[in-house]
Design a protein around this ligand. Sequence first.
Ligand code: ATP
Length: 269
Amino acid sequence: MTTRVEIIAIGKELLQGQTQDTNSSWLAKRITALGGLVGRICIPDDDVAAIVQEIKVSFGNNAQIIITTGGLGPTFDDMTLAGIAEALGSPLTLHPGALEFVTRRYQEFYEKGFVDDPKITPAREKMAYLPQGAEPLDNPVGTAPAVFLKTLQGVICALPGVPKEMQAIFEQILCPRLTELLGAAVYREETINTGIKDESVLGGISEQVMRKVPGTYLKSKAAGFGQAMGLEVVIMAVGSDAQVIQEKVHEAKSILLELVKALPTRTAR
Ligand code: ATP
C-alpha cells in the first residue's frame, strides 16, 4: 500500500502571485520518486486558522505524512509552528536543542559578517518555540530549524520556505527518515512519444492500457493542436517490488505501442 503525503505551502506571497510555489512541485517530484503518493497540495495564507484548517483536512484525508514549507522564520507573519501546535491542541514550548541551534547559527553568521549582532532577541528566540513533542532538524543553510513531529495521526515535517534551505534539509536530513516511513516503495516512469496528435484519441488508448495492466497510470502531456510532434504519454507505476513494477511499465509500453500501431494512419500521424 502506498503512503499518502500532503504538501502545505504556506505564505501570503504565494497567494498574491509574488512568489511562484516551486517548493511544492519540487517536493512532489521527490516524494513520488521515493514511492509516496502525493494526494493534495494546498496554499493557505500566513494565518493560524487557515493553517489549522489545512492540517485537519490532511489528517481527515488520511495523509500519513504532511510536509509544510514556509513560515518558520523570525517575523510576525511566520505562523507555521503556531498553526501546527493549535491543530494538535498542544502548546508551543521553548525547545533547548532548537535554541542551541539558533544561537549557534547567529554566532556563525555574526563571525561571517552576515549579521551585526549575535544576540538572541525575542524574534530570534521565536524560532526555537516548537509544538510539544517536536524534534528540531538542523538547517545547514539558514537560521530556522526545521521540525519533525510524530503524532498519533501521522508525521508532520515543517520545512523553511527558502528553496535552497528546504531542499538541503530534505536531501540531507529528511530523506532517510521518509524512505523509512514510505517503506520499500518503488516508483518507475517512462515517457513515450506516441506520434498521436489528438489527446481525445490518446485518452481512450491510455484507458485501455490501464485496464489491461492494473497498477499503472498513464498521463498524457497535453499540447496544442497542429504541433509537429506527437503527444507524449508518461507511464507510471508504484509498488513494493522493483522487478514487478519495471515489468508492468514495460508491458504497458508494449500494449500502448501496439494500440497506436493499429490506429488508422491519419489519426496516428
Ligand atoms: P526564513 O527562515 O528565511 O524566514 P521561512 O520558513 O520563514 O524562512 P518564508 O518567510 O515563508 O520562509 O519564505 C521565505 C522566502 O522563501 C520567500 O520570500 C520566498 O522567496 C521563498 N519561498 C517561500 N515559500 C516558497 C514556495 N512555496 N516556493 C518557492 N519559494 C518559496
